[in-house]
Design a protein around this ligand. Structure first.
Ligand code: NAD
Ligand code: UDP
Length: 315
């Protein structure tokens, strides 16, 4: 049995990861400051004697003996990471320093939840890991993008200088159950709007693209990455290569929900990337042929059922 620390464990992805790690027979310590996460997401795990919940902020050092660390703490939705941009940078940078320091002291393996945002508004399509990205360093997304880029640099330098065993995954747009109704990201927004019969808000002309992966596929990829030998540190893209425009996504969600909602167009936020699609050749090669198995339509149906239930309970 391994003892595993998951920072940001009470968030959307973190809660799924904690559950999977417990089911795999590990002891899990979930650390979170509940900025965007909540106890509701992990309440069903609290009775498990191998699960521990810790309220803590990763910008402060934390001491514990663990075998592995998954570092997920950081708001991920533009609305939330822009709410307090300086705090977002502190979380990414000081959080990485604190968790890498911990990994160094206790000789733990540590995985960083990096992001496709390190590629910014990419000029290479689809994105490969060797691409350095096109990020505006002073734009409204920079607190997140540059914070995550700095964290990658910290990880690589702790590895090079201090032999810390690191893993970096670059996560592409992920969705699924346990997202919040006010998360602000596109899939949850569209589903909640469709279920409430409100207009679906497309930003810009809706021709920008994203490639969406269901959370279970991501969790499988992260666990496979952690299990690789020490010589493979990444970064590795984890995402679903099926690419859609936001207009296609809105139409699909209206169709599946059978909603009478209309589509309306609102201004495109500054620096919003126009296209995004992962090249997952490296993940296939290094992670035992890892590839997404859940199609958008199936993942949407599960997520719609979840939000439908949630809205009925809260209304
Ligand atoms: P989320 O906002 O649901 O989860 C983030 C969690 O981190 C929350 O529980 C939040 O309370 C916690 N947190 C934030 N600041 C903290 C701090 N200073 N100290 C302790 N805990 C803190 O978002 P998510 O979608 O679950 O994302 C999880 C991770 O995956 C993030 O690091 C994010 O950057 C990365 N990621 C997510 C996506 C995606 O599409 N969901 C894509 C790329 C990368
Ligand atoms: N978007 C949209 N309507 C919304 C929320 C988002 O059209 O209500 C667009 C947004 O402008 C972006 C895409 O959907 O082009 C994905 O946005 P999200 O915030 O989910 O993720 P990110 O931009 O970080 O990939």
């Amino acid at each position: 049995m391994k003892r595993i620390l998951v920072t940001g464990g009470a968030g959307f992805i973190g809660s799924h990861l904690c559950e999977r790690l417990l089911n795999d027979g590990n002891e899990v310590i979930c650390l979170d400051n509940f900025f965007t996460g909540s106890k509701e997401k992990i309440v069903h795990l609290l009775d498990n004697p191998y699960f521990e919940l810790v309220r803590h902020d990763v910008t402060m050092p934390y001491y514990i003996e663990v075998d592995e660390i998954y570092n997920l703490a950081c708001p991920a939705s533009p609305v939330h990471y822009q709410f307090n941009a300086i705090k977002t940078i502190k979380t990414s940078v000081m959080g990485a320093i604190n968790m890498l320091g911990l990994a160094k002291r206790v000789k733990a393996k540590i995985l960083q939840a990096s992001t496709s945002e390190v590629y910014g508004d990419p000029q290479i399509h689809p994105q490969i890991e060797d691409y350095w990205g096109n990020v505006n360093p002073i734009g409204i997304r920079s607190c997140y993008d540059e914070g995550k880029r700095c964290a990658e640099s910290l990880f690589v330098n702790y590895h090079n200088q201090n032999n810390v065993r690191i893993k970096i995954v670059r996560i592409f747009n992920t969705y699924g159950t346990r997202m919040e109704t006010d998360d602000g990201r596109v899939i949850s927004n569209f589903i909640v709007q469709a279920l409430r019969g409100e207009d679906l808000t497309i930003f810009g002309d809706g021709k920008q693209t994203r490639a969406f992966q269901y959370v279970d596929d991501l969790v499988e990829g992260m666990i496979r990455m952690m299990a690789t030998g020490d010589d493979f540190i990444g970064p590795v893209n984890i995402g679903n290569p099926d690419e859609f425009t936001m207009l296609e996504l809105a139409e699909k969600i209206i169709e599946i929900t059978g909603s009478k909602s209309k589509i309306i167009f609102q201004p495109l936020p500054k620096d919003d990337p126009m296209q995004r699609q992962p090249d997952i050749s490296l993940a296939r090669e290094k992670l035992n042929d890892w590839h997404p198995v859940i199609k958008l339509e199936d993942g949407l149906k599960r997520t719609i059922a979840y939000f439908d239930q949630l809205l009925k309970e809260t209304n």
